[in-house]
Design a protein around this ligand. Structure first.
Ligand SMILES: [Zn+2]
Ligand SMILES: [Zn+2]
Length: 216
């Protein structure tokens, strides 16, 4: 709900009404395809930021701590991760004035695709794998193999990783999943984990600067 309001406000502030009207007047399927592309560019960028900035990584580590990948993994996401990812991918689409039907269709495709990507199935899609994200593509993103670190960020269009040179899709399967963070196993502790880590980081910084100032 908050996202819808943020999108409407952002749209009113930044996008002229005639542009929003023209976008919303396009045929339904054209709008769905455009939303898929725009939302996935947003998803790619925010996902990459989660892997790049240590403060954000602690929230995303909850999703990457899974060591046995299956369809349920799609839902093991910290709420902060979920909110920022949805904001990054959907606010531009709301702001541009896409129709509710196109946005709802995108939401359904996204949910179905997220479950498929995490599923423990073999699905060969041939050369299409360089355009569309497949289970193999996302499994490599979750793998704990050095050569696959910080690769395969896209949610739906693997083409984005090809264009940004972050694609990694060898012919064999990963053998190890997870990450180096010691994320707790229970839901409540996982919710607290990023905040505790950030607090620890802050305390370490404060004590380091105290040592430096007393030493000088
Ligand atoms: Zn990730
Ligand atoms: Zn995932």
């Amino acid at each position: 709900m908050l996202l819808i309001y943020a999108g409407i406000v952002a749209g009113r502030l930044m996008i002229p009404d005639f542009v929003r009207a023209a976008v919303g007047a396009q045929p339904y399927w054209i709008q769905v395809l455009e939303v898929l592309v725009i939302a996935d560019i947003g998803f790619y960028l925010i996902h990459r930021a989660f892997h790049t900035f240590p403060v954000l990584w602690k929230f995303h580590a909850v999703h990457h701590s899974i060591e046995e990948l299956d369809w349920l993994a799609a839902n093991r996401v910290h709420p902060v991760d979920q909110i920022l990812t949805k904001a990054g991918s959907l606010i531009p689409c709301f702001a541009l004035g896409f129709s509710e039907a196109a946005l709802a269709t995108y939401a359904l495709i996204y949910q179905w695709h997220a479950i498929l990507l995490h599923s423990n199935i073999k699905l060969k899609i041939g050369p299409l794998r360089w355009l569309l994200a497949s289970p193999d593509f996302h499994h490599w993103h979750h793998s704990d193999h050095k050569e696959a670190y910080n690769k395969n960020y896209a949610g739906q269009l693997s083409l984005l990783d090809v264009l940004f040179k972050t694609a990694h899709m060898p012919d064999h399967q990963p053998t190890k999943y997870g990450c180096s963070d010691n994320v707790p196993e229970t839901y409540g502790k996982q919710l607290l984990y990023p905040f505790q880590q950030l607090l620890r980081r802050r305390r370490r910084k404060v004590s380091k600067s105290n040592i430096l100032s007393t030493g000088s």
